[in-house]
Design a protein around this ligand. Structure first.
Ligand code: AMP
Ligand code: FE
Ligand code: FE
Ligand code: ZN
Length: 289
């Protein structure tokens, strides 16, 4: 593996990032990354464009996805790497989740429209066809209409899960998600498992169950994990034989998170690549002059 920083969690405009996969790869090269994973929510639609953009740049792209799962009332995100994007269950399940997200966004907008001058067309104008829709696109519409100054302000008020307009959407359980990814030759890592709020800290029993289902690692290095939570996660990683990753969760201008603000060791990346069998990493071998 080449020297340089490794960032295994980023979003493009295929989901709720603000840059195209091409722009994201260029930003990753400019940030000095040796390896970047594209992990759009519930979609692999950006993979080919990312590979094409990486060609000749020297960067390695790990094709990935951030899978939505539901654990009771909590939304739990599972990062998935190197799986087969054509696996039947993956194709069907992610389509079902994206469809659920679309209808859920419509329900949220319907509720909001009772109090604010916001229409479904306003939200559609903030995304392109096939985008995995989420609250960030509703946030962008609220910003454009002048109701909030930016995405973060929207999430702290109107779009907060206790803000009065929140709706859930269909997603499998975390254990089902991990099993599905492993069956598709992929490598699952639990995303930001120790954040506050709706993405609540996962308890020990659940992490044990996920380890039993084939979980590879825990995303300990993430700005939303609490310091106390990170300490707890390191203990649980040791206990269950899980690897530790760190990543930025970059969303372009959609979030303050900067590329490489957290990173993963070359040693862990090597094990991850060794484990994955559904799709190979794309090595953008540099042009020689
Ligand atoms: P959803 O998936 O529709 O429930 O929306 C949650 C997504 O919004 C997460 O994946 C985050 O990346 C994004 N998000 C959460 N909080 C914020 C924030 N404060 N600013 C911008 N984006 C956020
Ligand atoms: Fe996101
Ligand atoms: Fe997430
Ligand atoms: Zn993310």
């Amino acid at each position: 593996m080449p020297d340089g920083l490794i960032d295994l969690h980023t979003h493009s405009a295929v989901s709720d990032g603000t840059e195209t996969p091409t722009q994201l790869i260029h930003a990753a090269v400019a940030a000095g990354l040796s390896t970047v994973a594209l992990t759009d929510h519930d979609s692999t639609a950006g993979w080919q464009e990312a590979f094409t953009a990486a060609k000749g740049t020297g960067i390695t792209v790990i094709p990935g996805m951030e899978l939505s799962t539901n654990y009771g009332p909590a939304s739990v995100h599972v990062l998935a790497y190197l799986f087969d994007p054509n696996n039947g269950e993956v194709v069907a399940e992610t389509a079902r989740i994206r469809d659920g997200r679309l209808r859920r966004a419509e329900r949220i907008v319907e509720k909001i429209s009772a109090d604010f001058d916001l229409t479904w067309d306003d939200v559609l104008a903030e995304s392109s066809d096939g985008t995995t829709l989420g609250r960030p696109h509703i946030a962008d519409a609220l910003v454009r209409k002048g109701f909030v100054p930016n995405r973060s302000a929207a999430f702290e008020s109107i779009l907060h899960w206790r803000g009065g307009y929140y709706e859930k959407y269909y997603a499998p359980s975390p254990v089902e998600g991990v099993r599905m990814i492993v069956a598709a030759g992929g490598v699952p890592v639990l995303a930001h498992p120790a954040t506050h709020g709706r993405y609540r800290p996962m308890d020990e029993r659940v992490i044990g169950d996920l380890a039993g289902a084939g979980l590879f690692g825990l995303e300990v290095g993430h700005r939303d994990n609490t310091e106390d939570g990170k300490r707890r996660l390191r203990v649980l990683a040791k206990k269950f034989g899980l690897e530790i990753t760190g990543s930025s969760d970059y969303h372009g201008e959609g979030k303050p998170n900067r590329l490489a603000e957290n990173s993963t060791s070359a040693d862990v990346l090597a094990k991850l690549v060794e484990r994955g069998s559904g799709t190979a990493p794309y090595v953008g071998t540099p042009h020689r002059g």
